[in-house]
Design a protein around this ligand. Structure first.
Ligand code: HXC
Ligand code: NAP
Length: 286
């Protein structure tokens, strides 16, 4: 947890900020004194969230409708934020679209839709805000991208999302170097499973959430809690992380490494089985 007032004087825009993890980050930033703009396609959802978060935190929340796939929407978003707050210091690219499907059942349009939201949406917002900061000669700005661990492992059944998130990771590391000279830091968070209605309804519909208990995939034996990710995000958009640039911070309880390590399945063996195994292995003579 950051100290109170750690984000005072800073204005941060969160795409996808009306729901799920975006909303949780908005709440955390507000509690630390930031002014926040939340944006997505559904203005009614954004207004309700802005109202609730404003009352809960006493902070200033601006809801703005914007489809991140549309460059004109993104330019208008930036103008509205500047008119309301006079400045913008941070951009969190959280908006995403995703659903599970065997890849051979997907149309080209389905790929285009997910890549459009996740990769082109992140590109559009980053480009618009970055151009503004560079033109103004403003320093000490941050872009924080929300990616996933399958950005580098890949994953079946969510292939458009995996392709798009891999692109977001490449964008993060590329701009971290290219735009550092302008005082713009670019980092990413790769979350493991954090239950949200948006993700769970599309990735674990029906009884899949019980059939494939995500907590069992995680060495720590549980899913993530929103405040854990929101606290990390607050640190990464704050000046306290001023020397962190180009980093992707994984917050998944060890989930992806468990899948990656060749012998990690042996965690299923109990002590008695290990006694027997040790006898067998020590008994090998050749
Ligand atoms: C196959 C599908 C499909 C499905 C849509 N399509 N759903 N194909 N199976 N279940 C196809 C459509 O047929 C269409 O192609 C194309 O995709 C676009 O669909 P639309 O419904 O027109 O798109 P749109 O209205 O823009 O909605 C976008 C959406 C929707 C992504 C499909 O789910 C959405 O609005 N999602 C936003 C929120 C979200 O997804 N949150 C989860 C993020 S979680 P055709 O060819 O028929 O026209 C996340 C977690 C990662 O990223 C890691 C978790 C551990
Ligand atoms: P979520 O609540 O469904 O968030 C997705 C948000 O994106 C919604 O607020 C949605 O709002 C917005 N959005 C979708 N299409 C948009 C568009 N074209 N333009 C603007 N906004 C758009 O899901 P979440 O679980 O909180 O996910 C948040 C982020 O975390 C995503 O980047 C996701 O990939 C990542 N993530 C989540 C998990 C997890 O376990 N939950 C794991 C790894 C990564 P509208 O419908 O109003 O547009």
């Amino acid at each position: 947890m950051m100290r109170p007032g750690a984000l005072e004087g800073r204005t941060i825009v969160i795409t996808g900020g009306g729901t799920g993890l975006g909303r949780s980050m908005a709440e955390a930033f507000l509690r630390l004194g930031a002014k926040v703009c939340i944006t997505s396609r559904k203005i009614d959802v954004l207004r309700a969230t802005a109202d609730e978060l404003g009352k809960a935190t006493g902070g200033t929340v601006l809801p703005v409708a914007c489809d991140v796939r549309r460059w004109q929407d993104v330019e208008a978003l930036l103008q509205q934020v500047l008119e309301a707050f006079g400045r913008v210091d941070g951009l969190v690219n959280d908006a995403a679209g995703n659903f599970i499907s065997p890849t051979e059942r997907l149309s080209s349009k389905a790929f285009e839709t997910i890549i459009g939201i996740v990769l082109m949406g992140t590109v559009n917002c980053t480009l618009a805000f970055g151009k503004h900061w560079i033109k103004q000669g403003e320093k000490d700005k941050t872009v924080l991208n929300i990616t996933t661990t399958y950005a580098w492992t890949g994953s079946g059944y969510v292939v458009p999302s995996a392709c798009a998130k891999a692109g977001v990771l490449a964008l993060t590391r590329s701009l971290a170097v290219e735009w550092a000279r302008y005082g713009i830091r670019t980092n990413a968070i790769a979350p493991g499973p954090f239950p949200t209605p948006g993700a769970w309804q599309r990735l674990l519909p029906g009884d899949l959430a019980e059939q494939f208990d995500m907590a069992k995939r995680v060495p720590l034996g549980r899913v993530g809690e929103h405040h854990e990710l929101a606290d990390l995000a607050a640190y990464l958009v704050s000046p306290f992380s001023g020397y962190i640039n180009g980093e992707v911070v994984t917050i998944d309880g060890g989930e992806w490494l468990k899948g990656a390590g060749q012998f990690n399945m042996l965690g299923a063996l109990d002590a008695g089985m290990w006694d027997a195994i040790e006898r067998m292995v020590r008994g090998v003579k050749n």
